[in-house]
Design a protein around this ligand. Structure first.
Ligand code: C2G
Length: 446
């Protein structure tokens, strides 16, 4: 009996897939089809798969050719599967020519001609037209956003708005996009808006973008007042628009793995969370000189408060701030203590003091530790009383990580997979509330 194996995502199952499976089956007597998991597709950079694993398996089964369906979870799995299932032929579409020649050491490798003019990408684009994204602000984060956005299919970078037209033109030339100095013209040219302007301008821009019927992804901290966050989320809801706060950790696959383990009972009941993020900043930068909106907490506070809200929830009993200030009266180091009914948490951040920058989650049975840069989680450990027992977890984190946030924002717009649980409106509102309390405690005239 000749055994054949093939693999694929088989998203939005189409004729190309059908014909591939048909010909793969025709190469032998028994066909095994490996269907990729969501985590594996994310890890290999396929961020916009629409159908769930169950749906994709069901579609492959219904095609009628496979004798057996397996799950593909890791890149090295093909070699092991070929040995395990005593495979004679590995078949795959011609878009992969050469890529799988290394399998020739184990079985025959056949590249089947790809069916022309049909692909999952094409169907995704038909179902959900390409979203033209426009960016407001041309700062450092904007520089990081564009290369990441290019990796997410389904959106295209249209242009940038900055009231300082010279900055907009310079930025637009560099990235080969359009520069707009007129906001109305900008809104006419784009479908969705990414806001990366100074913190204090977020509220105004979000409101006007929503008024113009645009979905919005806004950099953290989205706003610095609770009522503003409440008002904007309500307004977005009324207008049936998506409003996302861009805290990239929230959308990072490794952080989700960590949250899952922390909440699974593995370390018992969580009693203490300590999150720290420090980044030494140049004295002359805006963050160190803007005496109203600058300082370490407005800059980095969202990152360190976020895991605490995820693990302990929104209902803390007390919140207390301690700061060390520079000569401009700005906090260069801030410690926030939150008291919950069943636990305590500290969020520490600094722009003028360097610390180890770790995330520590302590429970009644053990603790989880993720070292810096835990906000781009790719590795963490679980420790227990028995010091010899250490569980190690790693997860892919590609590039600057903004691609995960952009991809989740896009799929929410397209109504495919809701990612809103990753950072809820309620959590964003509490975050704005904490920011507001901080600015009040610092007696800043916001
Ligand atoms: N295919 C095809 N014709 C098309 C589209 C896809 O023949 N018009 C083939 C692909 O070449 C592949 C299979 O259908 O052999 C599944 O395609 P995808 O769902 O895009 O999966 P892919 O990313 O190619 O999976 O381990 C995973 C595999 O390495 C590749």
């Amino acid at each position: 009996m000749i055994k054949v194996i093939t693999y694929g995502t088989f998203d939005l199952f189409h004729e190309g897939h059908y014909r591939l499976l048909q010909r793969a089956k025709g190469l032998g007597d028994y066909l095994i089809v490996g269907v990729t998991t969501e985590a594996y597709d994310k890890a290999r950079g396929k961020l916009n798969v629409v159908d769930s694993l169950v749906t994709r398996i069901e579609n492959v089964r219904k095609a009628g050719f496979p004798d057996e369906i397996i799950i593909e979870e890791t890149p090295g799995q093909k070699v092991n599967d070929i040995r395990k299932y005593h495979i004679d032929i590995f078949a795959i579409g011609s878009d992969w020519i050469g890529h799988f020649d290394y399998l020739k050491d184990y079985c025959q490798v056949v590249y089947l001609e790809r069916t022309k003019n049909i692909s999952s990408t094409m169907l995704r684009e038909q179902n959900s037209p390409i979203q033209r994204i426009g960016m407001i602000g041309t700062g450092r984060i904007g520089e990081r956003f564009i290369p990441e956005a290019k990796l997410v299919s389904g959106i295209s970078m249209q242009g940038v708005y900055n009231p300082h037209i010279e900055s907009a033109v310079k930025f637009a030339d560099k990235w080969e996009i359009d520069a707009y100095k007129d906001l109305e013209e900008f809104y006419r040219a784009v479908d969705v808006v990414y806001i990366a302007s100074p913190h204090e301008t977020h509220y105004g821009y979000i409101k006007s973008a929503l008024e113009h019927g645009k979905h919005v992804l806004c950099e953290k901290p989205m706003v610095l007042k609770k009522v503003q966050a409440e008002e904007l989320f309500l307004y977005a809801k009324e207008k049936n628009l998506i409003l996302f706060e861009g805290i990239k950790t929230a959308y990072c696959p490794g952080f989700h793995k960590l949250l899952g383990i922390a909440c699974s009972g593995t370390i018992g009941n969580i009693r203490n969370v300590e999150a720290c993020f420090t980044k030494l900043e140049q004295q002359e930068n805006r963050e160190m000189t803007d005496s109203v909106y600058g300082g370490s907490f407005t800059e980095l506070g969202s990152y360190v408060i976020f895991p605490i809200l995820k693990l302990f929830g929104k209902d803390f009993e007390t919140v207390q701030f301690d700061t060390i200030k520079n000569e401009n009266g700005l906090d260069i180091f801030t410690k926030v203590s939150l008291r919950y009914p069943a636990g305590i948490a500290t969020a520490t951040c600094g722009l003028g003091v360097k610390s180890e920058g770790r995330l520590l989650i302590a429970g009644t049975k053990g603790y989880i530790v993720a070292e810096a840069p835990w906000w781009k989680t790719s590795y963490f450990e679980v420790h227990y009383e028995d010091t010899k027992k250490i569980e190690k977890y790693s997860e892919i984190f590609l590039g600057d990580g903004l691609r995960y946030e952009i991809s989740d924002f896009l799929s929410t717009i397209n109504g495919n997979a809701s990612s809103e649980f990753k950072l809820t409106r309620g959590e964003s509102i509490v975050m704005a509330d904490i920011m507001e309390s901080f600015l009040k405690a610092e007696m800043r005239k916001v």
